[in-house]
Ligand binder design. Structure first.
Ligand SMILES: [Mg+2]
Ligand SMILES: [Zn+2]
Length: 201
């Protein structure tokens, strides 16, 4: 490995689940297999813009077992991701990485969430400081993958998830929360951490 690269300053990142966080989730057992089925959730581009301006890398980590099930192939998935990037680039938002797991539940891979493989691979590749980073997802498996990787889990849900570090109704609520924090004096080590369980208003 490149010695200079590995010694460079660690970066902070937002790991993002895709379906249900960036784009609308399809009904159970259906997979986004083409552009028409890919619908951005309102406010997501504003949210990603805020997170990017705050200096976070934006890294998508998504389970896509529709591939293992033969309901779509990798070419279709890549096409969907190209479309996603185009929709984001319209607002000058660049994703730093997209990681996907094409495997089925019983294949025993290390990448399928709740396993931490995708997060850990990106962490190595981008030299990410997990202590400064977050994993955002709308499923139990996202939170479990985050916990397993050792990064704070942000749950997107209308109900508080006690397993998560914080819960927000949408990605934009989380982005605005981080944006507000940057203006506050840093006193994270000695304050009590129990006053920020959720930010649902
Ligand atoms: Mg999801
Ligand atoms: Zn996998």
């Amino acid at each position: 490995m490149d010695a200079e690269l590995s010694q460079s300053k660690h970066k902070k990142a937002i790991f993002l689940d895709r379906d249900g966080v960036i784009n609308r989730k399809l009904p159970e057992n259906r997979y986004v297999a083409n552009q028409k089925e890919f619908e951005l959730i309102p406010g997501v581009r504003a949210a990603l813009k805020i997170l990017s301006k705050l200096g976070y890398l934006l890294i998508v980590v998504t389970n896509q077992r529709g591939i293992a099930r033969g309901l779509m192939d990798e070419t279709q998935l890549n096409e969907v991701h190209r479309h996603m990037k185009t929709k984001l680039e319209e607002r000058d938002i660049l994703l730093d990485g997209i990681y996907f797991c094409p495997h089925d539940r019983d294949e025993g891979c290390n990448c399928r969430k709740p396993r931490p493989g995708m997060i850990l691979e990106a962490t190595t590749q981008f030299n990410i400081d997990l202590d400064q980073s977050f994993m955002v997802g709308d499923s139990d498996s996202d939170v479990a993958a985050a916990v397993s990787a050792g990064v704070r889990a942000i749950r997107i849900s209308s109900e508080i998830d006690p397993q998560a570090y914080l819960t927000f109704p949408t990605l934009v609520d989380f982005a605005q929360y981080l944006d507000r924090l940057k203006d506050q004096p840093v006193e994270t080590t000695c304050g009590d951490n129990n006053d920020q369980r959720t930010d649902q208003r």
